[in-house]
Design a protein around this ligand. Structure first.
Ligand code: CA
Length: 228
């Protein structure tokens, strides 16, 4: 089972996260400041790091920057609710994912599974073939091509990016806010129902056109696409 390092100075949060991780069968380690966290991460004893940005000593972004010089270990950042810049720079600096506090533990666990699976896959197969798929839908991100049951589907750039975000996170419910951030960007200040509008476009071109039920609504939460 994977070993997970939790770097977070808020005792309440780190204790809770550690408990949940152990409950899932992971081994855990814990650090409460940036430098200790970095040292533990660099020790090679862990498979993934959950890294809070606001830390005493050096902050999480600095930990990440230093770690990336020597290690590709998956990192899931914890950010404060409105720290937009932190998220952007975190992802640019090589974080694999981020969670905004307060977060649902199930979502964190799901993201950990995704990040660990990605590593395992690339270890097994070498460079991953650049195709994304979910059920009947196959995407080639480089060629920006999409097929459903082998038939090509024409999508606009925005529709493509939205579909990609959904499929990259298949089997995970994505909130409108998450989709908005990932597809339209953190600086988007237009209508928030734009996500629903584009989901409708996608459903028209995929679900309706092929008579399948691909994009599912999770009431009050968001959207999900599922394998099989
Ligand atoms: Ca903190």
């Amino acid at each position: 089972m994977a070993r997970i390092l939790v770097v977070e100075d808020e005792e309440k949060i780190s204790r809770f996260v550690e408990m949940e991780l152990r409950h899932e069968g992971y081994e855990t380690g814990k650090a409460q400041d940036g430098l200790t966290g970095l040292e533990m991460a660099e020790s090679g004893d862990y498979d993934l790091m959950i890294l809070d940005i606001m830390l005493p000593g050096i902050n999480g972004l600095e930990v990440l920057r230093r770690l990336r010089k020597t290690s590709e270990m998956p990192v899931v950042l914890l950010t404060a609710r409105d720290a937009v810049m932190d998220k952007v720079s975190g992802l640019e600096m090589g974080a694999d994912d981020y969670m905004t506090k307060p977060f649902a533990i199930e979502e964190l666990l799901a993201r950990i599974r995704v990040a660990l699976r990605k590593v395992e896959k690339s270890r097994k197969q070498g460079p991953v073939k650049n195709t994304l798929s979910c059920g009947d839908v196959v995407m080639e991100p480089d060629a920006r091509g999409v097929t459903v049951r082998g038939t090509e589907v024409n999508l606009t750039a925005r529709e493509f990016d939205l579909l990609k975000a959904l499929i990259e996170n298949k089997n995970i419910v994505l909130s409108r806010e998450t989709l908005l951030n990932r597809v339209w960007g953190y600086d988007y200040f237009g209508e928030t129902n734009v996500v629903d509008v584009y989901i409708r476009y996608l459903r028209h071109k995929i679900d309706d056109a092929f008579g399948i039920s691909f994009i599912n609504t999770v009431r009050g939460v968001g959207y999900i696409v599922k394998d099989a």
